[in-house]
Design a protein around this ligand. Structure first.
Ligand code: SAM
Length: 217
């Protein structure tokens, strides 16, 4: 394809290579986390479970809400979410082996193997979206946030969290064999989600707990 034909179709020549890179990252994540499915599906220390409970409580989840757990992994958050008696819980992940564990242990949860960027969600259909211990792994964060922002109902919330804090993420980054980016500060995240109609309403950046709650206006 000549350069002229190319530029008549795409906004930028970089769009193509970015898209390819994001697909490669997603394929690598899927393979990497499929291998870890058994390792992830183990009881967590009580201190971690306490922080996960704080995360779910901070979402403001109510009975009969519709909830999406993005990058659910082995589903550590799901029993905590279900204790609030939501009407529907969806769990999406790239890694099908993780979802096999989730389906066996949580038959009422609807599991979907999909990149969150491409998950076909209806507009204004979801009350709460969790991204726990996985935000840094998302290759195309603007597209992921745009997809969930459009799916949120008015006053719906997006929760980005990590029960081990940003320092843990930095250690993983130093280890080097997985795509994982630093957790954003409040201002950086606000700048990303404001054009999508979300406003950061809660931000905790504690040594062992990171939490951002953004609410749809
Ligand atoms: C570190 S695990 C965390 C799992 C779980 N949320 C937890 O708290 O234990 C990250 C998970 O996110 C998934 N993931 C990464 N990027 C994703 C994406 N773009 N869309 C959906 N899932 C993704 C991975 O496959 C992996 O299972």
């Amino acid at each position: 394809m000549g350069a002229t034909a190319h530029s008549s179709v795409f906004e930028s020549k970089w769009w193509v290579s970015n898209e390819r890179r994001w697909l490669e990252i997603a394929a690598h994540q899927r393979e990497y986390f499929n291998r870890l499915a058994d390792i992830f599906d183990v009881p967590q220390p009580e201190a971690v479970m306490d922080r996960l409970r704080r995360i779910v409580a901070a979402s403001g989840l109510h009975r009969d809400d519709v909830v999406l757990d993005v990058g659910t992994g082995a589903g550590v958050l799901l029993p905590l979410i279900q204790s609030y008696r939501p009407s529907l819980v969806l769990a999406c992940d790239l890694a099908d082996q993780m979802l096999a564990h989730v389906h066996t242990k949580n038959p009422l949860v609807r599991v979907v193997q999909c990149d969150i960027v491409r998950l076909p969600l209806k507009a204004a259909s979801v009350d709460i979206v969790f991204m726990n211990a996985m935000y840094g792994n998302i290759a195309d964060k603007p597209a992921a946030c745009a997809n969930v922002a459009s799916a949120l109902k008015p006053r719906g919330r997006l929760i980005v969290s990590h029960p081990e804090g940003r320092g843990f993420v930095e250690k993983l980054r130093a280890a080097g064999d997985l795509f994982i980016e630093s957790l954003p500060g409040r201002g950086e995240f606000q700048a990303l989600v404001q054009p999508l109609g979300l406003k950061v309403v809660t931000y905790w950046d504690e040594p062992k707990l990171y939490l951002m709650v953004a609410r749809k206006t």
